[in-house]
Write a new protein. Sequence first.
Length: 312
Amino acid sequence: MVTGGAGFIGSHLCERLLADGHEVLAVDNYYTGTRPNIRGLLEHPMFEVMRHDITMPLYVETDLIFNLACPASPVYYQRDPVQTLKTSVHGSINMLGLAKRVGATIVQASTSEVYGDPEPVVQDETYWGRVNPIGIRSCYDEGKRAAETLFSDYRRQHGTDTKIVRIFNTYGPRMRPDDGRVVSNFIMQALRGEDITIYGDGAQSRAFCFVDDLVEGLLRMSDTPRDVSGPVNLGNPAELTIRDLATKIITLTGSSSKLVAEPLPEDDPRQRCPDITKAKDLLDWEPTVPLEQGLVRTIAYFEESLAASTAS
Ligand code: NAD
Ligand code: UDP
Ligand code: UDP
């Protein structure tokens, strides 16, 4: 079962699980997910999708739950911050209650945002984070932190087989063109010949993981023995500045777009780069898709989507 199964990462995960021969139930309220994301799966005999909001109880049978439901883009998670927090807290309680009842393994899609605006240059899982509890990003960050607490307490209190991965910036086909995240924004702006909006001075850094690599990491985590609970960082440690990302995307698209500066959003982390030693040791996992290769595939997806929307 994949909550958030019609979303960006969730749809790739469903596809991969089906390819591996599993029966898959995707659960989604379509807040940021879409039916086109799973269009290719709807006819698959082993695939089922259910429109459902995980803040409400759900009684189904399953042996493995990936809890991905939660908007990940700042534009969307800040549009309804109370619902975002409810999704992480009430939603996690319901999915943990379900896992407890049926004895399923449950994997939580946590985030590098639990580290907030971090002091260490590279973040490993022992770092407790520097998060503003009352800012505009808090509904997401603190929700995900509370979810980690719930996962840890269901394990301690009820013996539930919980696993936490902390996902760092992930990109690829099926990101929403309007989701406001940097990769989708820059590619759409470059393809349309619009100005590329650099927030702040563009010297802030991120490290981007291609979605196929991320899905492989999620699967490996789900397959670990019961005593492995995480958290485990999943991300690509190839760090670069936002300005360098913009330049790369301009080159790859052959765009004539110019860079323009816009104000830096509140609480925007200065840097983000995963230490993936733990994922290497525990899961024998590391990313294999270089940024340029992943960007080329993502650009091709956005080009197709643009062409389709212009044609219709
Ligand atoms: P996404 O917004 O594309 O996917 C989230 C999915 O959850 C959507 O399909 C949405 O409709 C669904 N959803 C939201 N609230 C729900 C609710 N209450 N009930 C049922 N469904 C609900 O985002 P994504 O990038 O695919 O992220 C998937 C997960 O991974 C999220 O939990 C996110 O926090 C986490 N994550 C993503 C990234 C990233 O870079 N993409 C980084 C860190 C963590
Ligand atoms: N829950 C659910 N599906 C299940 C089992 C439980 O949605 O198959 C929900 C249930 O509504 C409950 C929550 O999960 O509110 C937590 O369940 P748990 O058994 O941990 O606690 P309790 O029922 O005591 O609140
Ligand atoms: N960003 C930017 N221009 C944009 C969108 C984002 O400069 O059009 C910056 C943003 O301020 C942040 C970085 O890119 O420093 C990554 O932003 P995103 O929202 O993709 O992810 P997150 O901040 O959650 O890592």
